[in-house]
Ligand binder design. Structure first.
Ligand code: 0L1
Ligand code: MG
Length: 256
């Protein structure tokens, strides 16, 4: 256990100070996914001790594009805190991150608790609203390279998120065209169907996977369903905008 506590300190300090670290599996190749989720929980507990509040969960590696980009092939999850929220239309400070990337997502906010094995209909009935979103991911590992346990321990690269307007839960988000522009140039084009075939499937997976850690989705939790395209690297001066068919856009400016 003390090794896991030390790993939690290492990944948390790397995130807090925006410093790149070597992969944990370099020195501990036997680190399991289960142990890595324990490290994640311990590192987020450190954030809570500093005053950060629970905001929900993120699902990761939910599209083929994302799996190919990082060479890992399993859906993973991480925890969100209020300190990760960036105001829509606002500024994102590059200095707070090691090597941030942005990806377009669909977000849910929960109306009712959701837990364990549920159907898509049960998941939808627990949703208060859906919104277009951008996730800011930032691996704390050198060169954005990691094995599956490394990235899980590093809170599945959670580091920021922006939410657009909220829409009624029955809004059809199954196959919405979307694009990401940087300074007016299109850099990614995709569809929300890339998120496990339907973003709602990601919510179903979230309820099941989170239950394995003894947790459940609570009213007010935000769930980021996963990236619909590969993620785009961010640099100071960029104006980033994601446009979602029928749901409007979400944007921010990267400052130093
Ligand atoms: O949100 C994601 O799909 C990212 C999960 C972790 C892998 C990465 O950092 O790209
Ligand atoms: Mg993501």
């Amino acid at each position: 256990m003390s090794t896991l506590v030390e790993f939690a300190r290492i990944v948390d300090e790397a995130a807090r100070t925006a410093s790149a670290i070597p992969q944990l599996t370099e020195t501990h190749p036997a680190l399991s996914a289960e142990e890595a989720y324990a490290v994640q929980a311990l590192s987020v507990a450190r954030r809570r001790t500093r005053g950060e509040k629970r905001a929900g969960y993120k699902m990761g590696l939910t599209s083929r594009a994302k799996m190919q980009q990082v060479g890992v092939s399993e859906v993973i999850w991480g925890r969100l805190t209020d300190a990760m929220r960036v105001e829509e239309g606002g500024e994102l400070s590059r200095a707070r991150f090691v090597h941030p990337r942005a990806e377009p997502e669909i977000a849910f906010i929960m109306r009712r608790p959701l837990e364990g094995r549920v159907t898509a209909a049960e998941a939808l009935a627990a949703v208060e609203a859906v919104s277009p979103a951008i996730e800011i991911i930032d691996s704390r590992y050198k060169d954005f390279r990691f094995a599956l346990p490394d990235v899980i321990a590093d809170n599945s690269s959670s580091s920021g998120f922006l939410l657009g307007a909220w829409y009624r839960p029955e809004t059809d988000v199954a196959n919405l065209g979307l694009l990401v522009e940087v300074d007016g140039q299109v850099v990614q084009v995709g569809s929300s169907a890339a998120i496990l075939g339907h973003p709602l499937r990601s919510l179903v997976a979230a309820a099941r996977l989170i239950a394995a850690a003894g947790e459940r989705l609570e009213p007010g939790d935000i769930v980021l369903a996963g990236g619909a395209t590969a993620a785009h690297a961010l640099s100071p001066g960029q104006f980033v905008r994601a446009e979602f068919e029928g749901l409007g856009s979400v944007s921010f400016t990267v400052v130093s």
